[in-house]
Design a protein around this ligand. Structure first.
Ligand code: A3P
Length: 300
């Protein structure tokens, strides 16, 4: 994998350099450690949670953690989401996620936003279980836009209109949404991947959590399942300091601009798209998603 380009994108607080790696926009400091990321040694009992950004990653992380700890809320509050499930490619000042992961005893649960072609090969070699969560493009875009506004590590989003254009062109961190969701959708034919949708989780959390239980070969009492559903609702997670990212200093994430736990709904895109933007987006979407049977619900 070679770097195609290095350039500067302004971000609110930090001068941040970005690279295009294999066609995907990533922070330069991720690309600088790419050899180490690519050669990451997955273990056979690792569970990988993979998503495009803003698909409900933190939500499924909390669900999985609760399942793994038999619904014990205190155990799930042992550390922040970031420390419980190392974000393998994310290089922040402070502990590097890969080192956190390497030091972690098995079985580990790890997180990535990488598109399928950039996932370290050892995950495939070790036949690790992977849970992928996808969210419809319009709500992902809206959520990503607000995340860019509040997260000072991200490039400046520009106006809503400008960000919408960048999203459609795939010129955003972790690359093109369309390729991401399709790439993982195809990969599930050959690998042990449970492919879930944010919209289904929202509509019927019990049903979707049961799928996760089955995938993880866990059997829990109905009472415990109800506890998990309750603990992982948006309202409860919004107030959970170990899951709502308020542990980040305001210089990194400014929740007064837009909270990380923002709305947690399906269909908020309707409050953002103009009619003209919606028509243009739909037309472009039809072309980009023409050759896949992967279908999303934009509303419930
Ligand atoms: P919104 O910005 O639309 O509110 P990620 O964890 O992948 O960064 O995704 C964040 C998005 O998931 C945010 O979407 C956040 O509010 C939403 N989210 C987090 N926990 C949730 C929950 N328990 N139920 C529903 N949505 C949740």
């Amino acid at each position: 994998m070679h770097l195609q380009e290095t350039f500067f994108l302004s971000s609110a607080q930090f001068p941040t350099l970005f690279n295009i790696l294999g066609g995907v926009l990533l922070p330069k400091r991720v690309c600088d450690r790419w050899d180490q990321i690519w050669n990451f040694r997955a273990r056979p009992d690792d569970l990988l949670i993979a998503t495009y950004a803003k698909a409900g990653t933190t939500w499924i992380q909390e669900i999985v953690d609760m399942i793994q700890h038999d619904g014990d809320i205190e155990k799930c509050k042992r550390a922040t989401t970031y420390l419980r499930h190392p974000f393998i490619e994310w290089v922040l000042p402070g502990p590097f996620s890969l080192e956190l992961a390497e030091a972690m005893p098995s079985p580990r649960t790890l997180k990535t936003h990488l598109p399928v072609q950039l996932v370290p090969p050892s995950f495939w070699e070790q036949k690790c279980k992977i849970i992928y969560v996808a969210r419809n493009a319009k709500d992902s875009l809206v959520s990503y836009y607000h995340f860019h506004r509040m997260n000072k590590n991200m490039p400046e989003p520009g106006t809503w209109e400008e960000f919408l254009e960048k999203f459609m062109a795939g010129q955003v961190l972790w690359g093109c949404w369309y390729d991401h969701v399709k790439g993982w959708w195809e990969a599930k034919e050959n690998h042990c991947i449970l492919y879930l949708f944010y919209e289904d989780l929202k509509e019927d959390p019990k049903h979707e959590i049961q799928k996760v239980l089955q995938f993880l070969e866990k059997d829990l009492e109905n009472e415990v399942l109800d506890k998990i559903i309750h603990h992982t609702t948006f309202e409860i997670m919004k107030d959970n300091r170990m899951a709502n990212y308020t542990f980040q200093p305001p210089a990194v994430m400014d929740h007064s601009i837009s909270p990380f736990m923002r709305k947690g709904t399906v269909g908020d895109w309707k409050n953002h798209f103009t009619m003209a933007q919606n028509e243009k987006f739909d037309e472009d979407y039809r072309q980009k998603m023409a050759r896949t049977n992967l279908a999303f619900r934009m509303e419930l």
